[in-house]
Design a protein around this ligand. Sequence first.
Ligand code: GLV
Ligand code: GLV
Length: 325
Amino acid sequence: MRPILFVTSQLPALAQQRLEALTEVKVVQHASTHPISRPELLAAVSTADGLICVLSNKIDAEVVEAAGPQLRVISTISVGYDHIDLDALRRRGGISLGFTPNVLTDATADTTVLLALMAARRVKQALQTVAAGGGGFSLSTGLGSQFTAKTLGIVGLGRIGCATAARLLPFGISRVVYSGSQPRDDRAGPLNAQFVSFEELLRESDLVCICCPLNERTAGIFNRRAFAIMKPTAILVNTARGAIVNQDDLLEALDKGLIAHAALDVTVPEPLPGDHPLVGHPHCTILPHIGSATEETRNAMSNLAIDNALAGIKGQALKAKVDLD
Ligand code: GLV
Ligand code: GLV
């Protein structure tokens, strides 16, 4: 019998064609446009040899414990893996975890710059003005800010953080600072970026980009205390994970003018209900988690996830594996 590869979502067209042409595994796919239900996910892991999942599939201890002894690999089509309980995988043993770093760096950094520019140039307000039939050249209204001679703060100088800084430097940024669990001299050198404490980054930066993973060190670090330290003219961009920002504290900060604008590709929950106060807030721009959403990148991510899954099922080394040790 061929091993079973269970896939929780439809893939983008090119990767989907490849998946359907696979002969070495039997592909079982959740085909509906609705997300897979919990019972379906639990049933899937009980029989599958490999699982390809996405970040909206919560792979918690219950799912890991429901896995049959044949399950050898979980391959997420994402660079983030905060939706997966690593301790449960360690306890269980024998399941490798694949993810999709590198291939989405450019697209996600592009989205970070997009949000930074949208916030700086007050694009939300401008689009609303046009939609209401207003607008036209005005010398004195709708004025934003620009990045020339400003300080950029990168929270988490990983691949995406570096690519974001590299994109923003040509806008005239005069100084790059970054915070994180440790200095990254190798990465910081070419950007002339300076390692600073989180507090210093908040205090000094005109534009703060969140590019770190969500984990126990980063959950909720953008809270009331952080917003009180930031400049009232500062822009906050989050293309990482919603839970790094305390949204109640953010709302309060925007209402009080503690920061100028927040531009978010990620929220808690996703999607945010349309009547959530951040959605209609004049100083908050929200995108629906499209950081990596290009044809090129989503196909590359899906292909890497297929490679990881096939390798895991065969007991071979994964191309991109999360180190569980
Ligand atoms: C997207 O958010 C990802 O982690 O790939
Ligand atoms: C994610 O890919 C990162 O390292 O920034």
